[in-house]
Design a protein around this ligand. Structure first.
Ligand SMILES: [Zn+2]
Length: 172
């Protein structure tokens, strides 16, 4: 018992700057306003869910429209998609932030990711049909896979890049 108490006092070296609850260094979460307990951080994050219903509609439309544009550009710039797709994601995120006045929620960010994916579907499908056509007439070579590969690379890079741009701008 004594040992346990001693150990306990050893570990409690911090207090939550919001509710004053003692916290161990392991469970303390550093914020610009000091260490916080996980309960307070969770509550704080709820406060930061500032999105409004219209944000979901506008965010989705912007993401889908720019996702489509990016997907079309991918068919033109081809190899350079590898270099430009992350920037495209950031651009889409910034456009959404502008339209939604930087209001935020995780659901909104996920919806933006979905919008980019759905927006680029027309070109993904067109590329896929093209590939199937090439296969059916027997003119397949490994390079026939490249256009589809660029579309996949575009999505794999742009979607996370947009998501992290949106969610990473949180200020606690
Ligand atoms: Zn607290």
């Amino acid at each position: 018992m004594t040992d346990h108490n001693h150990h306990y006092e050893d570990e409690i070296t911090l207090r939550c700057s919001r509710c004053g609850k003692p916290i161990t260094p392991a469970e303390a979460i550093q914020t610009p306003t000091g260490y916080r307990c996980s309960d307070c951080v969770r509550q704080q994050q709820k406060v930061f869910d500032t999105s409004q219903p219209l944000d979901y509609i506008l965010g989705f439309i912007i993401a889908a429209a720019l996702g489509l544009l990016g997907s079309w550009l991918t068919t033109l710039i081809r190899f350079f998609t590898l270099l430009l797709a992350p920037a495209a994601g950031v651009g889409i995120a910034e456009a959404v932030r502008l339209v939604t006045k930087k209001r935020r929620s995780k659901r909104l960010f996920r919806l933006v990711g979905l919008g980019i994916i759905l927006g680029s579907l027309p070109f993904v499908v067109r590329t896929l049909l093209n590939l199937i056509f090439h296969l059916s007439v027997g003119v397949f070579n490994p390079f026939s896979l490249l256009p589809l590969g660029y579309q996949v690379v575009y999505l794999v890079m742009a979607v996370p890049s947009a998501y992290y741009r949106l969610s990473g701008s949180r200020r606690l």
